[in-house]
Design a protein around this ligand. Structure first.
Ligand code: GLN
Length: 235
């Protein structure tokens, strides 16, 4: 286990429209509950992305900040270096699309992503907005994901990634799958924030850099999950 876990939140000034700081707080809380001290770095879009972090997070946002964020990340290169070192990354919605090779701008025009995930996104016919529930790839051994989605984009997965899950309720990537993963990168359309509603996903990200984690009392996390799943899943 690392003596201190460093959590890097990328571009909160551009991409944190949907309560994305919640994901940062959940990672901090669940690491500390295992006795691992944390240090969180907020990287504004005018600053370089540090290369020595353990877990990186990038959130959702509107089209223009998304384009700006993609341009800055491409020029910066720090995230690529961190991923090559073995860091973990959770990329949500606009942040998820940015990780691909291309995504759709305000008018649907193609905008280059950073190419860390083998995905490409374009604009769908209509906005996908509402609750989402999805069954996770059995290889990951996680319970059903729950969250909230709000995006125009649809995402095509290439052979270099695996779908994170299959949608039961909601739109996700737009082809019956939701999100994807490759190496230690998870991309998803789930807000919620996703890690507050899916603590097992938080622990998966943490365990990729800390090794196996002891169980902790999940109390209210589980209550929130159960309430949301009951509300959206067919009886
Ligand atoms: N602008 C992107 C879309 O609409 C991402 C939206 C978001 O981050 N919620 O698809």
């Amino acid at each position: 286990m690392p003596s201190e876990l460093s959590i890097v939140w990328i571009y909160p000034d551009l991409l944190s429209t949907y309560g994305d700081q919640g994901n940062v707080l959940v990672l901090e809380q669940r690491a500390r509950a295992r006795g691992i001290p944390t240090r969180t770095i907020h990287v504004r879009s005018s600053d370089p992305v540090p290369q020595q972090g353990d877990v990186y997070l990038i959130g959702g946002g509107e089209d223009r900040p998304q384009i700006l964020g993609a341009e800055r990340l491409r020029r910066d290169g720090g995230l690529h270096a961190a991923i090559q070192r073995g860091a973990a990354l959770l990329a949500v919605c606009a942040g998820y699309q940015i990780m691909g090779t291309v995504f759709g701008g305000e008018e649907g025009q193609p905008v280059s992503g950073v190419g860390l995930l083998d995905i490409s996104s374009g604009r769908g016919e209509r906005r996908a907005v509402g609750e989402l529930a999805a069954e996770v790839d059995p290889a990951l051994g996680l319970p059903t994901l729950t969250g909230f989605e709000n995006h125009m984009g649809v995402t095509r997965l290439g052979p270099g990634v695996r779908p994170l899950s299959r949608t039961v309720v909601g739109t996700g990537n737009g082809d019956g799958t939701e999100g994807c993963y490759a190496g230690r990168i998870i991309g998803t359309y789930l807000h919620g924030p996703a890690l507050a509603r899916n603590p097992a996903l938080a622990d998966l990200l943490l365990s990729w850099v800390t090794g196996p984690l002891p169980a902790i009392d999940d109390g209210w996390y589980q209550a929130l999950r159960d309430e949301r799943l009951r509300a959206v899943l067919p009886a």
